[in-house]
Design a protein around this ligand. Structure first.
Ligand SMILES: C[S@@+](CC[C@H](N)C(=O)[O-])C[C@H]1O[C@@H](n2cnc3c(N)ncnc32)[C@H](O)[C@@H]1O
Length: 250
């Protein structure tokens, strides 16, 4: 591992997985399971182990986006991985894409987008939320995701840059739709996410006023399966309703 590299330290305690995200440094890392000299990781690779002064063994992994999702500090309701999967799948986001995102919230969607795209510019109306998102993004090591504090309704009128994808997760997304053709590259995608059908209907109405292609609104339902000695069936605890995703291509 290299100095400054972000790592996931995983251990098993009383049948439960406990994990921590930290970085390789010349300092000590403290947890309930003892202290680890982080400089020891300089001699190690992913998959190897490190032992705390209390004798607890940790496996070293490189964190990926689902790990950052679990560990991110939350200011509100983030978009869930199932919905992010739909957004990535239907837009085909790639490494050359630039993305405009709002509102940032905890920065979860912005981080997933930034882990693939060339650049993400995200607007968050609340200063304190923007600060938390910046910290989540910094911890994920993403220097291509910029969070600006501002109201997207106003900011969208001032932008002199075009994007390949625009993602909107705000109450007022419908009011931003009329400005999309001036900031979206030809062939680009508008994606909106809304927990309510009423908001989604307003978004669809605004989209209908513009010459978009391939407009679709979808809801993604996740159903985990449960396996036990008694039998196999859909899990009785499940991810409930999250939101409706509307995707339109210019
Ligand atoms: C549901 S959260 C977004 C969650 C985010 N997509 C994520 O995955 O973490 C909505 C956020 O939009 C912000 N917001 C609401 N209206 C806004 C606006 N007009 N401009 C910018 N941000 C706005 C709110 O403060 C809130 O943090």
């Amino acid at each position: 591992m290299k100095l400054g590299e972000i790592v996931l330290l995983k251990t098993s305690h009383k049948g439960k997985i406990r994990e921590f995200i930290t970085s390789v440094s010349d300092e000590k890392f403290h947890s309930d399971f003892g202290m680890i000299e982080m400089s020891e990781l300089l001699e190690k690779s992913e998959g190897e182990t490190v032992v705390s002064h209390m004798g607890q063994t940790f496996v070293i992994q490189l964190p990926r986006m689902p790990d950052f999702f679990r560990h991110a500090k939350r200011t509100g309701t983030p978009i869930m991985p199932k919905d992010i999967g739909m957004i990535l799948g239907y837009t085909g986001l790639n490494k050359n894409d630039t993305v405009l995102d709002a509102g940032t919230g905890s920065g979860i969607l912005a981080m997933y987008l930034g882990s693939i795209a060339k650049r993400v510019l995200s607007f968050e109306v609340r200063d304190d939320f923007a600060e938390v998102a910046r910290e989540n993004i910094r911890r994920a090591g993403l220097d291509n995701v910029e969070v600006r504090c501002g109201n997207i309704v106003d900011e969208v009128k001032e932008l002199d840059e075009k994007f390949d994808i625009v993602t909107l997760d705000t109450i007022d997304s419908a009011t931003i739709v009329p400005y999309i053709p001036s900031i979206l590259n030809p062939g680009g995608f508008l994606v909106t996410y809304s927990p309510f059908l009423e908001q989604t209907a307003l978004i669809r109405k605004a989209i209908a006023e513009i010459d978009f292609f391939e407009v679709r609104t979808i809801e993604c339902i996740e159903r985990a399966m449960s396996f036990s000695d008694r039998g196999t069936r859909p899990s009785t605890s499940r991810v409930g309703h999250t939101g409706y995703i509307t995707i339109a291509r210019l």
